[in-house]
Design a protein around this ligand. Structure first.
Ligand SMILES: *[C@@H]1O[C@H](CO)[C@@H](O)[C@H](O)[C@H]1NC(C)=O
Ligand SMILES: *[C@@H]1O[C@H](CO)[C@@H](O)[C@H](O)[C@H]1NC(C)=O
Ligand SMILES: *[C@@H]1O[C@H](CO)[C@@H](O)[C@H](O)[C@H]1NC(C)=O
Length: 134
């Protein structure tokens, strides 16, 4: 009897484990990593994770030193401004990444507590000033 109970509970444990694996797998499957904006009705954790996927959108128009990261710091110097702002340049790509962030987590903030709007404003102001500098 004791033995039967024991094996029953281990079957239950394995079933629970299988279910957990299935759910994990299922969630991972239904989450779109390439197009995070396709993810709908996100829980807070999923929203943060989708935001990370947005930040993984890198472009050849953004040299590593300008690429927007979780830090929220755009390391663009005065002399680099014009290159950064030009059509098809890194500013354009960065705006696309910010838009992606906005869609998946409207209240996203960076490690330096800058918001999506702060970054957009920085880019817009920097790129519309006469010298086109940030
Ligand atoms: C960033 O990288 C670009 C391209 O590699 C380069 O032209 C620019 O001087 C770099 N800026 C800084 C601040 O290192
Ligand atoms: C900005 O870029 C310059 C040149 O690439 C580098 O020396 C500096 O450490 C960078 N600053 C930050 C905060 O990433
Ligand atoms: C990635 O960035 C490009 C612009 O460089 C943009 O056209 C594209 O929509 C972005 N992808 C996602 C998933 O946001």
């Amino acid at each position: 009897m004791g033995r039967q109970l024991h094996s029953l509970s281990s079957v239950a444990t394995s079933l629970g484990l299988l279910l957990a694996i299935f759910l994990l797998f299922h969630c991972a499957q239904s989450e779109n990593k390439l197009y995070p904006t396709a993810n709908q009705n996100l829980s807070p954790i999923e929203a943060w994770r989708s935001a990370e996927y947005c930040l993984q959108n890198i472009s050849s128009s953004c040299p590593v030193n300008y690429t927007l990261t979780h830090s929220g710091w755009l390391n663009v110097t005065h002399t680099d401004g014009p290159t950064f702002c030009e059509d098809g340049g890194c500013a354009e790509h960065t705006r696309a990444v910010l838009l992606c962030l906005y869609h998946v987590k409207i209240d996203y903030y960076f490690a330096n507590f800058a918001t999506i709007k702060d970054l957009s404003d920085t880019i817009n102001n920097g790129c519309t000033s006469p010298q086109g500098t940030l």
